[in-house]
Structures are given as structure tokens and as C-alpha cells.
Design a protein around this ligand. Structure first.
Ligand code: IMP
Length: 425
């Protein structure tokens, strides 16, 4: 029995993790977020109402699951409270089963302001961030000047840290951008007020997780975004600012050897939001078709997602670096009815393959494709692998061959039931 399960998107995010969590939920006792912030977006339909989760683990909508936000997450209290309010309208009170680490770094308004100013600047590399102060908050964390949740409960220390932060940020706003200044007292008052509201949720996550582990409870560690956006192993600099791969350990406070099973998620094709190279991107009517049929619009920013064929070269590499044991393949039904389907298996590039894997610089990579026959009989809504058309099976088996790991779950539509489980973990 696998008890500590890690769930990781293997592309540039938006692989459909919410759906997978939903399917695992009945067997889970706890779910934990360990990196990122409210840049993530999981859209779920609960009791007929649409909720988009950004910061809360999407498993929160199952009332038997205890949810945690680990120390690796950067927390915007504005976002947290508005999300709790929205969730409680549908789910009822969640206070008793949401615990946030006192070691989380906060996202302050100056982080958001600087993130947006940089993105709007014509002189700096545009990353296409979500503009939510994620990277700028992590910069403070690495720079050892973060305001952490625990600091909210020591007014003198909080004032001092906010003063130091505003000395720095206000000077950048004024001198580099001619942007408005942030007032210390106003910000301090807001932090103190939010600190009170936050108190019931703050806890010692490490200890609580250890207790659950001692009781042999089943815990899901939910990665946000996707492995290609990993700050270290992703397509730098067009990445987010956290470690998705291997981030569970440092982002929660458990041992790397605690993870019993890692599920990797990939769509049957590829999407990306934001800037950055995307070798298999389609600019023709096929790209538009995938975007429309797949409903590919960013859950956080509403930006249209760029679409392209599945990139097996990157998939194989991400499976290897993140220790994925089994794959979940989502949105295969979007490919229903296509005459031919392509999978990129390799790149042609001036660089060696090894150099690409090392730097993840895929700027000049030209994809080499394997072309497979499509299937006319739809996979949509199928729940049994044996009911799939032979060509759909051949596509799935090709993905297993390319990635080197079994496809254990296939999502064949947006509904919870539209799922094929090939291996129960
Ligand atoms: P940041 O995380 O806001 O700093 O944005 C950095 C990059 O990550 C941008 O390309 C964003 O579009 C992308 N990104 C961040 N969060 C998500 C997500 O949940 N899904 C897809 N892309 C994301």
C-alpha cells in the first residue's frame, strides 16, 4: 500500500491535476501543497458550482480530507481569505481541516507591484508571469529577508521587517519606475488585522504530518504548475520560482525517502501559458482546434493557452528527473476524430541532446515527429481500457515506451467518471 503519494504535472502546468486529485480523494486522509502560491489554478465543479482553487489544495472540497499548506508555499493573505470565503460558500466551514505552516513566506503588496512593473517594462525580459508576486516573494526568501507567517505575531519584529522592506521597495518604485509609494503604517495595520484572522489556521505542519504518517494515513503531496516550470530543472528563465521536482521534502519538512509513489501527469498534447520556447507549438488550424476543443484558457489569468503536439523528448526527461513511477494521461478525448496524431520523439538542434537536457535551453530545438494513425471511434467517456480503439491503445502504449513508465490512469472527459484506472495505487 502506497501511503505518501506525490502528484506532479510533467509539462508547463494545467495538466489536469484537479481531476486526478478528485479521483484519488476517496482513498486519502490528507493533502498538502508544498510550493508555488496563488499562481496555480484548479477549476472544479462542486455541487454544481464552479470553484477555482489557486492556493488551497484542491482536495479541500472533500470534507474528510485534512489540508495543509507547507513552508515552501508563498502566501498572499488577501488571496487566501478570498479563496476561503469562496470555498466556504459551497463547502461550509473548513477552519478545522486547513493548516498553514507558520514558516511560509508572505506575499506582500510590494511583491505584486514589483512583479507587474517588471513585466510591463520594455527593458527587462518578459517572462509572462501571472503578476501575483510569486517570484518577487521567493527572491526575498532566498535573500533571507522574507516576512514569514510567524513574524505576524511579533509586532515589533514585523514593523522592523516591513520598514526595511519598504526602504528597499519604495526606493525601486520611485527611482526605477516612478511608481506609487507604499505606506508603512497602513501596511502594518493590514498585516496585524490579517494576523488575527489567520490565527485559527496557523500550525506546526511538520508535527501534524508526522502524526498522520505514524498512524499510517494516506497523504497526497500536490504539486502546482508543472515540472517544465521548475526553477532548477525547467526551461529557465521561462519558469516559475519554486522547486517542483524534489520540492516536497524542503517544502513540507519530510524526508525525500518518505515518498512511496510519484504520479506524473501529462496531457495527450501540450499547452503553455506565458512566454518561452515551445518546440512543438502549432500555429496552424490544428493549434486552434486543440485550443477550442480542449477549452484551453488559463484558470488564473484567463489568458489563452498556446497549444501543440505532445513532446516526448521533454516528457522522457521530466519522468527521469522527477522519479515518476506511473503516468496519468489526460484529455485524450480532445484527440478523438483526428486522422493523424504526432508525438515529438527527438530534437534536431545545434546543441547535443545532453547539453539540452543540462540547460533545458530549447530555443533552437526543432522537433522530430513520429506520426500515428488517429482513431474515429471516440475515447470520450470510456471507463474501460479494453473498450478503447486499437489506435488509441497504440498511442497510449507509445507514450509508455517513450516515457519508460506505465500509464496507470487515463482521463477521457471532464467528468469524474470519465476515467480509466489501469492500476490502482
Ligand atoms: P509566475 O509563477 O507568476 O512567476 O509565472 C512564471 C511562469 O509560470 C509564467 O509563464 C506563468 O504563466 C507560469 N505559471 C505559473 N503558474 C502556472 C500554472 O498554474 N499553470 C500554468 N502556468 C503557470
Amino acid at each position: 500500500m502506497k501511503r505518501n503519494i506525490s502528484l506532479l504535472g510533467l509539462q508547463w502546468g494545467d495538466e489536469g491535476k484537479g481531476k486526478v486529485v478528485d479521483n484519488l480523494a476517496k482513498d486519502l486522509d490528507a493533502a498538502v501543497r508544498y510550493q508555488g502560491g496563488h499562481n496555480a489554478g484548479h477549476t472544479l465543479i462542486v455541487n454544481g458550482k464552479k470553484i477555482v482553487f489557486h492556493l488551497l489544495p484542491s482536495a479541500i472540497c472533500h470534507e474528510n480530507i485534512k489540508c495543509f499548506i507547507g513552508r515552501g508555499v508563498v502566501v498572499s493573505l488577501d488571496a487566501l481569505f478570498s479563496e476561503i470565503k469562496e470555498a466556504e460558500e459551497v463547502l461550509g466551514e473548513i477552519k478545522g481541516r486547513l493548516r498553514i505552516s507558520s514558516a511560509c513566506s508572505l506575499i506582500q503588496p510590494y511583491h505584486i507591484q514589483l512583479d507587474q512593473l517588471r513585466e510591463q517594462s520594455n527593458n527587462l525580459t518578459k517572462i509572462g508571469t501571472t503578476g501575483r508576486g510569486i517570484g518577487t516573494s521567493y527572491e526575498d526568501r532566498v535573500g533571507r529577508r522574507s516576512i514569514r507567517i510567524a513574524d505576524l505575531y511579533n509586532e515589533e519584529k514585523l514593523r522592523d521587517k516591513l520598514y526595511q522592506a519598504l526602504e528597499f521597495y519604495n526606493s525601486i518604485f520611485k527611482n526605477s519606475f516612478g511608481a506609487p509609494q507604499i505606506d508603512l503604517q497602513e501596511l502594518l495595520d493590514k498585516n496585524l488585522k490579517q494576523a488575527e484572522d489567520l490565527k485559527p489556521y496557523v500550525g506546526n505542519v511538520i508535527e501534524e504530518i508526522r502524526e498522520l504518517q505514524d498512524q499510517d494515513k494516506k497523504i497526497l503531496f500536490e504539486g502546482a504548475q508543472g515540472a517544465l516550470l521548475d526553477i532548477s530543472l525547467g526551461t529557465y528563465p521561462y519558469v516559475t520560482s519554486s522547486n517542483l521536482i524534489g520540492g516536497v521534502s524542503s517544502g513540507v519538512g519530510i524526508s525525500p525517502s518518505d515518498i512511496d509513489y510519484t504520479i506524473g501527469i501529462t496531457k495527450a498534447y501540450t499547452t503553455r501559458v506565458g512566454e518561452g520556447p515551445f518546440p512543438t507549438e502549432l500555429f496552424d488550424e490544428m493549434g486552434t482546434y486543440l485550443a477550442e476543443k480542449g477549452g484551453e484558457v488559463g484558470a488564473t489569468t484567463g489568458r489563452p493557452r498556446r497549444c501543440g503536439w505532445l513532446d516526448g523528448f521533454l516528457l522522457n526527461n521530466m519522468v527521469k528527473v522527477s522519479g515518476v513511477n506511473g503516468l496519468c494521461l489526460t484529455k485524450i478525448d480532445v484527440l478523438d476524430g483526428l486522422e493523424k496524431i504526432k508525438i515529438c520523439t527527438d530534437y534536431s538542434s545545434a546543441q547535443t541532446k545532453e547539453a539540452i537536457i543540462e540547460t533545458m535551453d530549447i530555443e533552437d530545438a526543432v522537433p522530430l515527429y513520429l506520426e500515428l494513425d488517429g482513431w474515429s471511434e471516440p475515447t470520450a467517456g470510456k471507463t474501460d481500457y479494453d473498450d478503447l480503439n486499437a489506435n488509441a491503445k497504440a498511442f497510449i502504449e507509445k507514450i509508455e515506451e517513450i516515457s519508460g513508465v506505465p500509464v496507470i490512469m487515463i482521463s477521457t472527459g471532464p467528468k469524474r467518471e470519465d476515467t480509466i484506472i489501469r492500476k490502482k495505487i
